[in-house]
Structures are given as structure tokens and as C-alpha cells.
Design a protein around this ligand. Structure first.
Ligand code: AR6
Length: 169
């Protein structure tokens, strides 16, 4: 039986099989959670990312965990929020599904997500948390290879939005 957990943490410190990064299409590192992951994982992560040929929004690619405790880093490219009429919601849903598909294909039993697109990409946090919770729950209802999915919050505002979204399930 799989479960979801909402935790306040720095995702780079987690002892899980896979962590997800909120990356950009070039997969070249950046700020926010992506920058934190690259700093903590070390320079060979960027070298591995450079071999991947980028990644389109709504999709994800996987690398090793390098200096982190996790086995895998899943680099998901979320949508930039342009007001909601450019397919942003579908792209964010796709990010969660594609990340879970990769985690499952690599036999990851525990996976941690940051709030993809909720920082520099300006996606409305309430809607993003609802999408994250819905897509993860949908996935877990048809895939019992994953034991636990963590929703990692960096601040209390996001934590409250995840709690609200889970309450509505
Ligand atoms: N652990 C967990 N969550 C974190 C951490 C951390 N160490 N650091 C930040 N967050 P963002 P995006 C939260 O901006 O909106 C980068 O430059 C943060 O509080 O990292 O998808 C990429 O290279 C926020 O809630 O990602 C892209 O260019 C969430 O992570 C672009 O930013 C996501 O914020 C992607 O923007």
C-alpha cells in the first residue's frame, strides 16, 4: 500500500531513492531547487545533464544522484505560467506523470517532489498543489511499485496548500 507525505525539508538532504528537480529546458542548472541540487550533487551532475540534449516542458529526464544520498535525480521541466491559457495545467500534470513513470521504470520505491513551477516559473501555488496531489494519487492507484511519495515544501504557505489539496481528495 503506497502513501503520500507532506514534509518541510531541503530536498537535497533526503534519503530517498529518487528526488525530482524543477529544471529548465536546457537542463543546465539554474537557481531555486535546481541550483541547490546541482550545488549539493557536485559538478559531475552538470556533465551528465549536458549529455541529455535538453528536455521539453512537461517531460523529465533521469540521471544518477552523484554526491546526494538518492540513487536518481529526475529533472522535470515545468511550465512557465503565462496566465493559464497556454496549456500550463496540462504541462504540469504531465511533469508529475512523466517523473513517476521514470521513477517506476528505475525501481525507485521512494520519491520526493518539490513544488514544480511554483518559484521562478510563477505557477499559482494553490492550483499547482492540487495538480500535484491529484496526479500522484491517480498514479499510485494503478502502480504499486512505489511505496512513498513525498511532497517537499520549502515554506509554510506551500505546506498549507498541500494540506488543503489532500483534504479535498
Ligand atoms: N528543497 C525543496 N524545495 C525547494 C528548495 C530546496 N532546497 N529550494 C527551493 N525550493 P523553483 P520553478 C522550492 O524556482 O518555479 C530554476 O532556475 C521553492 O520554494 O526552484 O519550477 C530552474 O533552473 C519553490 O516552492 O522552480 C528553472 O530555470 C519550488 O522549490 C526555474 O528555476 C520551485 O521553485 C524553474 O522554476
Amino acid at each position: 500500500m503506497s502513501e503520500t507525505k507532506i514534509i518541510k525539508a531541503d530536498i537535497t538532504e533526503l534519503d530517498v531513492d529518487a528526488i525530482v528537480s524543477a529544471a529548465n529546458a536546457a537542463l543546465c542548472g539554474g537557481g531555486g531547487v535546481d541550483g541547490a541540487i546541482h550545488r549539493a550533487a557536485g559538478p559531475f551532475l552538470l556533465e551528465e545533464c549536458r549529455q541529455l540534449g535538453g528536455c521539453k516542458p512537461g517531460f523529465a529526464k533521469i540521471t544518477g544522484g552523484h554526491n546526494l544520498k538518492c540513487w536518481h535525480i529526475i529533472h522535470a521541466v515545468g511550465p512557465v505560467w503565462y496566465g493559464g491559457h497556454k496549456g500550463e495545467e496540462d504541462l504540469l500534470r504531465s511533469c508529475y506523470r512523466e517523473s513517476l513513470k521514470l521513477a517506476s521504470a528505475h525501481s525507485a520505491k521512494s520519491i520526493a517532489f518539490p513544488a514544480i513551477s511554483c518559484g521562478a516559473y510563477r505557477f499559482p501555488v494553490e492550483l499547482a498543489c492540487k495538480i500535484a496531489v491529484e496526479e500522484v494519487h491517480k498514479w499510485l492507484s494503478q502502480d504499486d511499485s512505489i511505496d512513498v511519495v513525498y511532497f517537499v515544501c520549502f515554506d509554510s504557505k506551500i505546506k498549507q496548500q498541500y494540506l488543503n489539496a489532500i483534504g479535498e481528495q
